[in-house]
Design a protein around this ligand. Structure first.
Ligand SMILES: C[S@@+](CC[C@H](N)C(=O)[O-])C[C@H]1O[C@@H](n2cnc3c(N)ncnc32)[C@H](O)[C@@H]1O
Length: 215
């Protein structure tokens, strides 16, 4: 049996830019599911879907399950698998910069199209504006690579009247000015915040989970 690389956190957290973080995922892609899913009991994909479901129930709306979905930072496709379990049967596209992560996702046959983009603050990716009914991003935002300044870019990708469901480590929420960016987006009449809560992430760690409506 493969031993878990308990040094993953130091190595990943020492990345200081999107390119350094990409290099980490390129190097460790083959171990990602074993370590995060199997050993660390990472439950982000399921919990993000649960947040969306709860939000739909409480606010009495439904994101059509045959809609166009973009999975930002799709990784090896765990988030895409959770979308499919939740009944999303329309076209699901992926934005994923790591070839090695995406080759594992591609083998699952979930994604129709891949954007091979790395998101940077204040730079547009190749994703067309206002093109997705639902944009999800699970385990991607942090203070190293996809920082809070990148929230504007993922909001740009959603259609007017579309939704975004975003899920990441609460540690980064606390340290990364995410609340301030959401307040700016609300003030700029770009989004409405439909729900925001803390949920389990992996082991004893918590995540922040929010659902936005693009105005
Ligand atoms: C922890 S994995 C999450 C994968 C998947 N969403 C899941 O829940 O299993 C983070 C993914 O985000 C991607 N990523 C990291 N920084 C990024 C950036 N700046 N732009 C786009 N993707 C990024 C990585 O390549 C990696 O595949």
């Amino acid at each position: 049996m493969t031993d878990i690389n308990w040094g993953w956190k130091n190595e990943l957290y020492s990345a200081k830019s999107p390119r350094e973080e990409l290099a980490y995922y390129e190097k460790t892609a083959k171990d990602y599911e074993f370590e995060f899913r199997g050993m660390l009991k990472y439950c982000g994909p399921e919990m993000c879907m649960q947040t969306l479901l709860d939000c739909e129930t409480q606010l009495e709306f439904v994101v059509p399950r045959n809609c166009r979905v973009l999975d930002v930072g799709a990784g090896t496709g765990l988030s895409g698998e959770a979308l499919m379990r939740e009944g999303f049967i329309g076209k699901i596209d992926a934005l994923e910069p790591s070839d090695n992560m995406f080759s594992l996702a591609q083998a699952k046959g979930i994604y129709s199209h891949r954007y091979n983009d790395l998101i940077f603050p204040d730079t547009e990716t190749s994703v067309p504006s206002c093109s997705y009914d639902l944009v999800i991003s699970i385990g991607v935002f942090n203070t190293r690579s996809t920082t809070s300044d990148c929230l504007w870019e993922v909001v740009r990708m959603a259609k007017h009247g579309g939704y975004l469901s975003i899920y990441f480590n609460k540690l980064h929420w606390d340290q990364g000015c995410f609340k301030e960016r959401l307040i700016e987006l609300v003030a700029a009449k770009q989004i409405q915040i439909l729900s925001l809560e803390y949920k389990p992430y992996y082991e004893e760690n918590e995540a922040v989970s929010f659902v936005l409506k693009k105005l």
